[in-house]
Design a protein. Sequence first.
Length: 279
Amino acid sequence: MKRLLTLVFCCVAQVQAGSLDAALSGDARTPANLDRDAHRHPRATLAFFQVRDHQTVVEIWPGGGWYTEILAPYLKEHGQLYLAGFSPSVDNPYMQRSREKFIAKLESRPDAYGNARVVVFDPASGRLDVPPGTADRVLTFRNVHNWLRSDSEQPAFELFFEALKPGGLLGVVEHRARPGTDRQAMLESGYMTESYVIELAEKAGFELVARSDINANPADTTLHPKGVWTLPPTLRLGADNREHYRAIGESDRMTLKFRKPGEAGGAADSPQKSGGHSD
């Protein structure tokens, strides 16, 4: 019986790995986004967050849909993807344009995105339109610094906690500031200290499970004229020292995994430690 169970688990793991590989190389992905895999390591990142194709996953503020291009096809057959973005009535021109462009992207490929559910996430008003206690995973990529502008970073993590099932995981990728960086510097630069992000999660009730340097970049000093936006893909300085910043690559990033206390999904959810520099 033990051998039979081992064979079953191995087969399931192989099928899931195959479907993720298919999503990573699928035609829903734009060439420009594929080119950034070297900086964002999507396969290793999603494996670290223990994302599986049968789960209910919430992607927070998906932006232009970089991870959506992977997650939507991956979860299409057996799982459920919530794309938690800006409200249709948001009173901000940039957010309005961003939402319209994202919706147009989804509508252009119903075969890839048709099963995903577009919902609202607005931490400043305490809103995340996902049924409480139903998500297996909540994922946020390079977003935490944005919520400082409205002093809503703590409510954001509380909403994530509410959406997750007991034992569910929160995955956070964020630009990583030097230890001791103050709030104003984080706000201006877009880089967050790892200790502050962990503090936000733990105050919301999460337990830190593991941290990883999957998305670390030792070449990034984090000290740039236009903050994190100096680096690719934004390159806010334009032609000024462009090749220098392109050579640095994308930002140094923390990759953190948290659990909502409760019954976990299995042995794969057991606590672990991996290499990383923290505050």
